[in-house]
Design a protein around this ligand. Structure first.
Ligand SMILES: [Zn+2]
Length: 351
């Protein structure tokens, strides 16, 4: 008899019998400081997650005990409508971050053009700036060269944010496994085989390590600017690095936990220590369709000591093949992580 089994067919079912807690509402009023209302507007996987109206979002937020939400999709063509239909229509519940048009980098003089784009967006009412992983991986200058994250030519852009007291939410790189060979040792094999275009492995791309060095250069050189570095500083696989290299030396840096409970929850003891040590610098966020079923997974991870539960619903492409445990944060830490820290970054949510 053939005892081999294709990995795609391996679906082991845990026989553990454990206490289960499934909070449907955040224990304290929360702010989702990393979400995308345009990106997630229409959901192909489940039409029920498609956003029909701002009011539908507010109703969901009330059900989940979400006090506020930060929308990262303030692209030039959408910023005005996002400000009108979300931020202004629901004062204190919604913040909107500006997204710039980086295609201007193909023409000389682009640093001033980017700075001007941000200044106008902030004048319109944007709460800050979102910078995607395109910086470091895709955006090229007038010579066709990749613009590094710590490029000194971007100094005037970061200065505009600093002068306005506006937060820069930046995402650098991707999970470490996306930069490694797509072979049997890759811990995100399932996901990368479904979405091979997510791989950054190869000589044509910067290495993960060089991008992290650039990130450190960025936050160190622009100490007046406040940065929210997405996805646990973009290096949740190495919390000691986030603590020692990113957060401790740079008081201008915060991190969000969006899209990373799979990482934090597979190292729950170390992650708990980290979240308590940096309780004034970590913000809650999901980066997931707000009408989808993700919030209760985050609440369970943060609030309970449950063991060995899935880090999300079974929606392809799934992240790593492992389960997580909760970190059962103390109430005072939870309140800061859920809301107080985000209010420092987006004071308009104080309304
Ligand atoms: Zn995001």
């Amino acid at each position: 008899m053939d005892r081999s089994l294709p990995l795609s067919q391996f679906e082991p079912q845990s026989q553990l019998v454990l206490p289960e807690h499934r909070p449907e509402r955040a224990r304290f009023p929360a702010i989702d400081a990393h979400n995308h209302l345009a990106l997630h507007a229409e959901d192909a996987y489940d039409p029920a997650w498609t956003l029909q109206s701002p009011q539908q979002l507010i109703d969901m937020m009330d059900r989940r005990n979400l006090r506020g939400l930060v929308d990262l999709d303030g692209r030039p063509e959408r910023l005005r409508s996002a400000l009108t239909s979300y931020k202004e229509a629901h004062r204190g519940r919604m913040a909107v971050l500006a997204v710039l048009d980086w295609s201007v980098c193909a023409e000389p003089g682009w640093p001033a053009v980017l700075a001007e784009q941000l200044a106008s967006a902030l004048a319109l009412g944007a709460d800050g700036l979102k910078v995607s992983k395109g910086l470091g991986l895709r955006h090229r200058d007038e010579h066709g060269r990749l613009i590094p994250v710590d490029d000194p030519r971007l100094g005037e852009l970061w200065a505009v944010a600093a002068d306005a007291g506006a937060t820069v939410l930046i995402h650098t790189a991707d999970p470490v496994a996306f930069f490694r060979p797509l072979d049997r040792f890759n811990e995100r094999w399932d996901e990368l085989h479904l979405r091979p275009e997510w791989s950054w492995y190869g000589p044509q791309f910067p290495t993960f390590e060089s991008l992290m060095d650039q990130l450190i250069g960025l936050v160190g050189t622009n100490a007046r600017t406040v940065f929210q570095v997405a996805h646990v500083g973009s290096y949740a696989e190495n919390l000691a690095w986030v603590a020692d290299q990113l957060l401790t030396p740079h008081p201008n840096v915060y991190v969000d936990i969006s899209e990373r409970i799979a990482e934090l929850g597979r190292q729950p003891h170390f992650a708990r220590r980290f979240l308590i040590d940096f309780q004034d610098r970590v913000v809650f966020g999901t980066d997931r369709p707000p009408l989808g079923p993700w919030y209760p997974y985050y609440f369970r991870f943060l609030e309970t000591f449950d063991d060995y539960f899935p880090h999300g619903p079974e929606v392809p492409p799934r992240q790593g093949r492992w389960n997580i445990s909760g970190v059962g944060l103390p109430d005072d830490v939870l309140a800061k992580l859920y809301r107080d820290n985000a209010l420092k970054l987006y004071p308009s949510l104080n309304g």
